[in-house]
Design a protein around this ligand. Structure first.
Ligand code: IMP
Ligand code: MG
Length: 177
C-alpha cells in the first residue's frame, strides 16, 4: 500500500498479532478487577478501534466514557499542548476508571489526561495502552497495561493517524516519508 505524497507504509503489527495481544491484556484486566465495576474511558480519536476490540473481551461490569484530547496538529511530533476537544458526560467520582490509549509517545497527553481525571476524584485510575514508546517518554509515567513496546517510529493505522489519514487501516504500519 502506498500513501499519497510518496509516503511508504511498511506493515508492522498484523491484525492477528493485535487481536492476540488484546486477549492477553483483557485477561489480566479481568483478573485484576474481579468483583468490581469500572468506567472504561476511551480517549479520542486514536483509541477507538483498540477500545472497541478490548471492551468485547472484558468480563467485568462497565460503562463507557469518552474524552477527546488533541495535541498533535498535523505533524509527527507532539506540540506539547494538550486540549480537551470533548468532555466526559457523567461524573467519575468514587469510581474505578481505566483509561484506554492507543499510544503513549512523549507521555504528555496521558499525563494531562491523568491530572484532568484525578481532579474529578475517581476511586482509582489505571491506564491501558496498546503501544508504548519508552524511549520517547518525557514525563515520569508508567502505563499499567501495555500491548507492545515499540521503538521511536511514527506508526499509523488501527485508529492512529497521520494528518487524520489511515485511521481505518486494520493493522499497524510504519510511515516512512
Ligand atoms: P504523546 O502525548 O506524545 O504521548 O502522544 C499522544 C498522542 O499522540 C497519542 O495518543 C496519539 O494519538 C498520538 N501519537 C503519538 N505517537 C504517534 C504515532 O507514532 N502515530 C500516530 N499518532 C501518534
Ligand atoms: Mg491517543
Amino acid at each position: 500500500m502506498s500513501a499519497s505524497n510518496n509516503a511508504q507504509i511498511t506493515p508492522y503489527i498484523s491484525r492477528e498479532q493485535i487481536a492476540l495481544r488484546i486477549q492477553e491484556m483483557a485477561k489480566k484486566i479481568n483478573a485484576d478487577y474481579t468483583g468490581q465495576e469500572i468506567v472504561a474511558l476511551c480517549t479520542l480519536k486514536g483509541s477507538v478501534l483498540f477500545f472497541a476490540d478490548i471492551v468485547r473481551e472484558l468480563k467485568i461490569p462497565l460503562r463507557f466514557e469518552f474524552l477527546g484530547t488533541s495535541s498533535y496538529g498535523h505533524g509527527t511530533t507532539s506540540s506539547g499542548e494538550v486540549k480537551v476537544t470533548l468532555d466526559l458526560n457523567s461524573p467519575i467520582s468514587d469510581q474505578h476508571v481505566i483509561v484506554f490509549e492507543d499510544i503513549v509517545d512523549s507521555g504528555l497527553t496521558l499525563s494531562f489526561v491523568l491530572d484532568y481525571l484525578r481532579a474529578r476524584k475517581p476511586a482509582s485510575i489505571k491506564t491501558a495502552t496498546l503501544l508504548f514508546k519508552p524511549t520517547a517518554l518525557k514525563k515520569p509515567i508508567k502505563p499499567d497495561y501495555v500491548g507492545f513496546e515499540i521503538p521511536n517510529d511514527f506508526v499509523i493505522g488501527y485508529g492512529m493517524d497521520y494528518a487524520e489519514k489511515y485511521r481505518e487501516m486494520p493493522y499497524i504500519g510504519v510511515l516512512k516519508p
